[in-house]
Design a protein around this ligand. Structure first.
Ligand SMILES: N[C@@H](CCC(=O)N[C@@H](CS)C(=O)NCC(=O)O)C(=O)O
Length: 205
């Protein structure tokens, strides 16, 4: 059975877990922490990041987008959350990349604010990260068609928006409510109501 490595508090891990559940692919999860189990994570992923996915031949795949590409191929085109070609494909990939980019910025922001001594913190970096997050939310809000990011939703864009925004609202005080982005707020809520997200809740562990 495949093993997903990482905790569900990570939006990158969580979107992979939800995608595997959606495809009905059975998996075990090894809830390693990048802080407490760094050496073990580094043995699986030289970048010492999660997620990693140990596939049936023992190889560890890394980087959530690459892992999802692998899962999409296992699921096949009819089930894939990422359209196989055309405009629909690049739109989903673009929105998913922006959503996960928000998570990358949120992680950088938290490292700057909570993992560096105060005298080393850069107000310029902190402002820059917040601005990137705000601008990215604006772009996604502008592009969302309504109840999902696209008319054919939910797609991988919606899974990524759901995972990213639950992480953001819980972890970054400045974005604890999404009132300025009502369509995104609704997408997040709908996403969290899907069984695949309910069964892979945002938890440390
Ligand atoms: N682009 C990567 C991002 C993965 C990532 O940054 N994961 C975080 C956990 S939320 C991590 O492992 N951070 C540890 C570190 O940066 O040292 C992906 O999509 O898989």
């Amino acid at each position: 059975m495949m093993i997903l490595v990482g905790q569900l508090v990570s939006p990158f891990v969580r979107r992979v877990a939800a995608t595997m559940s959606h495809y009905g692919l059975p998996f075990d999860r090894h809830a390693l922490s990048v802080f407490d189990d760094r050496d073990e994570v580094a043995r699986l992923n030289p970048l010492a990041k999660v997620p990693a996915l140990i596939i049936d031949d023992g190889e560890a795949l890394v980087e959530s987008a690459a892992i999802i590409d692998y899962l999409d191929q296992l699921a096949g085109p009819a089930k894939s959350l990422t359209p196989v070609d055309g405009v629909a494909r690049w739109k989903v990939l673009r929105h998913a990349a922006i959503a996960m980019g928000i998570s990358e910025r949120a992680v950088q922001l938290r490292i700057e604010m909570f993992h560096r001594p105060e005298y080393l913190q850069s107000a310029e970096f902190i402002d820059g990260y917040k601005t990137s997050i705000r601008n990215s939310l604006d772009v996604l809000e502008r592009d969302a068609v309504g109840i999902w990011m696209s008319a054919s939703g939910p797609t991988q864009a919606d899974f990524s928006v759901t995972a990213a925004l639950t992480h953001l609202t819980n972890r970054v005080d400045d974005f604890s409510d999404l009132q300025a982005w009502p369509k995104l707020s609704a997408i997040r809520e709908q996403g969290e109501n899907l069984d695949v997200f309910r069964n892979n809740p945002f938890i440390e562990g």
